[in-house]
Design a protein around this ligand. Structure first.
Ligand code: SF4
Ligand code: SF4
Length: 326
């Protein structure tokens, strides 16, 4: 076993595990709070990566991490997940519920200033809330933040992993700041961190109209392809410009003729034929196979790198023309 693996294993076992357990317990405690929206019997189960990692480290001699987690970012991520729960009690007791067009513009300007690349507004289907968790409001502002193409192109690598954690961290900080901004204006809000989210983000973002979920299970946006991370802010604001359509459904057709991610995923974790559940939710990835690889190789990200939508700024229009010609 390499020195990096031994170092990370001791950090995770001694410091990481108790912190992660406290954090997950705090998120789960939301279920007990009055007025919370709960998951349904059709809701997905959250894949608890840190706990799975711990199990691997304890049970599998052949599981070896080649990477080092960026500790400063990791600690900041955890702080901001705690903050997203702790600040709910700061919501006004009698919040305003209608947003003026001027305030909507201010909100968007403020969010762009925090590095948010795309917004979507959508009513939350409770079927997307993870089992054992809950959220307070069904009016959702979906947030997408671009990831660096230069670093994605180096996947899998330590540089890519550092950039991905940096994006998670900055997006989580932005989600908390946006929730605070809304509270200052007299509204109620709950931030949801991109790492360890309470809701399944890709189908939520698809419903919000800001892209389409590709065969690799990641949201493909027109501007950045799958090079985005997602987060959300739930709010009591009832008059957001909720999406009622999505123009990106043709991406599904393109995926049928492409299959790059299926062929190039190192452990073969992306299914050729997606599984459609009774709820209409779709599963594309064999989660355990994916996890066993990305847990050992820098968080992987190969599927983001090889996706043709990641390649050039004009990819979206070019590939749409391919589908239209067929
Ligand atoms: S992250 Fe890597 S292992 Fe997981 S699905 Fe993508 S390419 Fe496959
Ligand atoms: S690599 Fe190809 S098949 Fe996979 S998500 Fe991207 S476009 Fe779809």
């Amino acid at each position: 076993m390499g020195i990096k693996h031994r170092f990370m294993k001791s950090v995770i076992m001694r410091f990481g595990v108790p912190r992660v357990k406290r954090m997950v317990a705090k998120q789960r405690s939301l279920q007990e709070m009055p007025g919370i929206l709960l998951p349904t019997s059709n809701s997905p189960t959250r894949f608890e990566i840190p706990m799975e990692m711990l199990k691997m480290l304890q049970e599998r001699d052949d599981f070896e991490m080649r990477h080092v987690f960026p500790i400063r970012r990791l600690l900041s991520v955890m702080r901001n997940i705690h903050r997203s729960v702790d600040t709910i009690e700061e919501n006004p007791s009698t919040p305003r519920s209608a947003l003026t067009p001027e305030l909507l513009e201010q909100l968007q300007d403020y969010s762009r200033g925090l590095g948010i690349s795309r917004f979507g507004f959508v009513k939350l289907p409770q079927d997307l809330i993870f089992d054992k968790f809950g959220v307070f409001y069904d009016n959702v502002i979906v947030l997408a933040m671009e990831m660096s193409k230069e670093k994605i192109d180096k996947a899998p690598s330590q540089e890519t992993l550092n950039m991905v954690f940096g994006t998670y961290d900055e997006l989580g900080i932005a989600a908390n700041k946006i929730a605070a901004f809304l509270r200052e204006q007299g509204y109620a809000a709950q931030a949801d961190h991109p790492l360890g989210g309470l809701v399944l983000f890709p189908p939520l973002a698809q419903k919000a109209g800001i892209g389409w979920v590709g065969k690799h299970g990641i949201l493909i946006t027109p501007e950045f392809g799958p090079r985005v991370r997602l987060a959300a802010v739930y709010t009591n604001i009832e008059n957001l410009p909720f999406a009622d359509s999505n123009n990106h459904g043709w991406i599904e057709e393109y995926c049928k003729i492409c299959g790059f991610c299926v062929n190039q995923c190192p452990p073969g974790a992306i299914m050729e034929d997606t599984v459609e559940h009774e709820t209409g939710r779709i599963t594309n990835i064999l989660q355990r196979e994916c996890f066993e690889y990305f847990g050992q190789f820098y968080g992987c990200s190969v599927c983001v790198k090889v996706c043709p939508f990641s390649k050039t700024a004009d990819a979206y229009d070019r590939l749409k023309a391919v589908v239209e010609r067929r």
